[in-house]
Write a protein that binds this ligand. Sequence first.
Ligand code: PMP
Length: 301
Amino acid sequence: AIPEASVIWLDGTLVPWREARVHVLTHGLHYGTGVLEGTRVFATADGPAVFRLAEHLRRLARSAHMVRIPLPYSAGELAEATLDLLRTTDQQACYVRHFAFLGYGAMGLDMRSSPTVVSIASWEWPDHPADGDGIRLMTSSWRRNDPNSVPPAAKATGPYLNSALARREATDAGYDEALLLAPDGSVSECSAENVFAVRDGVLRTPPPGSGALEGITQDTVLTLARDLGVEVRVERLLRSDLYAADEVFVSGTAAGVVPVRSLDGRELPAARGELTGKLAELYRAVVSGEEPRYRHWLTPV
Ligand code: PMP
């Protein structure tokens, strides 16, 4: 639900939700010149806590650097601003959207004539709805952005047209989510999640070279799996590697760790498989502050 009564951090001040507006000739609206982050705040026994805030802000800075959007705030300033906002809105579990884009300046592609606008908004987001049976994936007819067209490692707004088209195609066809292949035909990722395959107890996920975003949940899952003693391989995967997997799951800040029930109509033998279930449960415990070993990933609000 859109919290109309709430506030949004906009270039250094908290403004009423409805007043966080931009001009129609905003550069970022026309040309997709923006970078963004999606971060979660989870309810823990000690109150709300932000999950891996530093890593999200570091990726925001990396994205901005890659697509040449000057960020007028340091990571420390953005972290402080985030906590200020969260203390004001008093949400227990929420999604936080950091956003930096080229604003209203002059018309035309030249990026140097428009100032950067930065906003931070948050809205209630309940902890982990149960994704019981898993999702149905469809291999998209759209290829993931070519690294020499736009840098897929940047979480930038323009490239999300690729994700939006793939998601729309998949949901129009009655599936839950799209699986995108890289220009070379190998597996990249989903429209807003990284993808994993488990076979014979080995956990595999495509590398950044596949055009997949360096997911923070992906990194979390890989760390948890290694710590559980699972053999982990970050390597090029083919679509057939997913068809032949024992378990497939996806990971993302918004989605969490979600089992895949089928890919292109091929049922996975063990939907909600053993390792998927174990990692999903551990992830839930970690973000909820129930695992002391990973408490350093949580910033109390
Ligand atoms: N890939 C894409 C294209 C995404 O938009 C997201 C969501 N940020 C992810 C992967 C997952 O990344 P993270 O785990 O950092 O949310």
